[in-house]
Design a binder for this molecule. Structure first.
Ligand code: FAD
Ligand code: NAI
Length: 477
């Protein structure tokens, strides 16, 4: 094993947390290395982590393709467009998705070069603490040991399996297998009506699968504002997603051609769901496999996540951790923000992540997006608030698009009028939410947004109207 390249900063993991931290550290003048073990189908490097390889990017590529398919089949006719007999080339659709992933992998390798980040392809693990920092062993095609004065751990997360039903990626699928099913299954089951369950369920339903989602909790989308969750449940059910709430899975068996799931329904009745494929999306767990954390005494919490303070400092001096491997929402943009903040803290600057203004998006149709607090959170905190909402049905651009489901809902402090939360279900909610994030970062009042000129006709007018609705003075509803 050759030794011993010295770096100011060594980042372990090149997902959104790690690769962004490495770029920012290099921008700040640090001699930076980034290690990542993900392999593409040819065994080469595939930086970008879960997000790029089996998460955000491929899921959005398939959501887009399947939405086009659905529009061509059911939506175009209303615009006077006939497409003849609809056909699906699934292998081409999956190939396009793979190409989009590769563009992103290549983009990150290019960015590393551009920013002079030294990339190592292989598994990084703590070897020992040394005088100059930490020795990190890189187990790849060319094993070596490098030293970092500072180490940023960004090793991400893995899908959680159901007890007794390990992923085989053939019939019991994680997010990985769910993104590369070779033929549209006739019957698809999903365990967990969370973000992955709804996004992947939407993809395969649009492509023709009969989809059933089994969810343990008695309420649908518990973290989402209740009014929005209700609207979402209505929309997804109308589209044909079968969603059963309050279930308790007792056994999952593979056999013959498919999978059978035995469960108790909300009333305690025993039921069996037989499907061709089963996607299990019941949350994710922090990944520290192979990191050899114990060799240096890096502390993990009871759930296996790396323990950090508010600034992403671990219990070890000059060892930091960001993204899915630490507490907080498992979102790519949260990981990125933490990566930037840590690089800046290493440089003695005041990096900052505002957890109150991290947006959430579920990329279904209609899209769901929110920032800040829900109405039920404000109620249980006893905070006096005003609410205003505006339906897309009354928005000219939404009518022209032919997509009028949903609304924008705004919550503001009853006294100061400061915006406390914005909740959207409807077209392009993922883009519209950015305005609410900016407004909340600047501590805007609903009146501030109501007084800002918004282009007509645009979906963003629904945001302005929701702000006007807080003061009960909508103009178009
Ligand atoms: P990861 O992206 O998991 O990256 C960790 C990297 O570290 C990996 O490349 C891994 O190979 C590498 N690694 C681990 N251990 C080692 C080691 N010892 N040595 C070397 N390398 C190592 N979030 C959103 O914000 N928007 C979305 O639309 C979205 N969609 C998603 C869809 C799906 C299906 C899934 C599963 C997730 C989605 N997420 C989304 C969540 C998002 O992917 C994660 O929050 C994000 O990837 C976390 O980034 P990270 O850098 O912390 O970890
Ligand atoms: P999730 O936390 O969103 O949803 C998991 C669901 O499974 C919950 O509703 C939970 O109640 C349910 N569940 C848990 N155990 C169960 C059981 N035994 N039986 C039945 N239901 C059970 O987790 P998911 O969908 O796996 O996604 C993981 C994370 O990935 C998300 O929390 C999110 O952070 C990230 N993600 C983000 C996306 C986005 O930003 N658009 C898209 C996809 C994933």
């Amino acid at each position: 094993m050759s030794s011993n390249k010295q770096f100011d900063v060594v980042v372990i993991g090149a997902g959104p947390g790690g690769y962004i931290a490495a770029i920012r550290a290099a921008q700040l003048g640090f001699n930076t290395a980034c290690i990542d073990e993900w392999k593409n189908d040819k065994g080469g490097p595939a930086p970008g982590g879960t997000c790029t390889n089996v998460g955000c990017i491929p899921s959005k590529a398939l959501l887009q393709s399947s939405e086009h398919f659905e529009h061509a089949g059911h939506g175009f006719a209303a615009h006077g467009i006939g497409v003849g007999e609809l056909s699906l080339d699934l292998s081409k659709m999956l190939g396009r998705k793979n190409a989009v992933v590769k563009q992103n992998n290549d983009g990150i390798l290019y960015l590393f070069k551009k920013n002079k980040v030294t990339f190592f392809h292989g598994r990084g693990s703590f070897a020992r603490a040394s005088e100059g920092g930490y020795e990190i062993a890189v187990a790849g095609a060319a094993p070596e040991t490098i030293t970092g004065k500072h180490v940023i751990v960004a090793t991400g997360s893995n899908p959680r399996a159901l007890p007794g039903a390990p992923f085989d990626e053939d019939r019991i699928l994680s997010n990985d297998g769910a993104l590369r099913i070779a033929a549209v299954p006739k019957r698809l089951g999903l365990i967990g009506a969370g973000v992955i369950g709804l996004e992947m369920g939407s993809v395969w339903r649009r492509l023709g699968a009969e989809v059933t989602v089994l969810e343990a909790l008695p309420s649908f989308l518990g973290a989402v504002d209740e009014q929005i969750a209700k609207e979402a449940h209505r929309a997804f059910t109308k589209q044909g997603l079968k969603i059963e709430l309050g279930v308790k899975i007792s056994e999952v068996k593979t056999g013959g051609e498919g999978v059978s799931v035995a469960y108790a329904d909300a009333k305690g009745g025993t039921k069996t769901l037989n499907v061709d494929k089963l996607i299990v999306s019941i949350g994710r767990v922090a990944n520290t496999t192979g990191l050899n954390a114990e060799s240096v005494g890096l502390q993990l919490d009871e759930r296996g996540a790396i323990t950090v303070d508010d600034d992403c400092r671990t219990n070890l001096p000059k060892v930091w951790a960001v993204g899915d491997v630490v507490r907080g929402p498992m979102l790519a943009h949260k990981a990125e923000e933490e990566g930037v903040a840590v690089a800046e803290r290493i440089a003695g600057q005041h990096g900052h992540v505002n957890f109150n203004t991290i947006p959430w998006v579920i990329y279904t149709s209609p899209e769901i997006a929110w920032v800040g607090q829900t109405e039920q959170q404000l109620k249980s905190a006893g905070r006096a608030y005003k609410a205003g909402s505006f339906p897309f049905l009354a928005n000219g651009r939404a009518r022209a698009l032919g997509d009028t489901t949903g609304m924008v809902k705004m919550l503001a402090d009853a006294k100061t009028d400061e915006i406390l939360g914005v909740h959207i279900i409807g077209p392009m909610a993922s883009e519209l939410i950015a305005e609410a994030v900016v407004a909340m970062e600047f501590k805007a009042s609903s009146e501030d947004l109501a007084r800002i000129c918004h282009a007509h006709p645009s979906l963003s007018e629904a945001m302005k109207e929701a702000a006007l609705a807080v003061d009960k003075r909508t103009l178009n509803f």
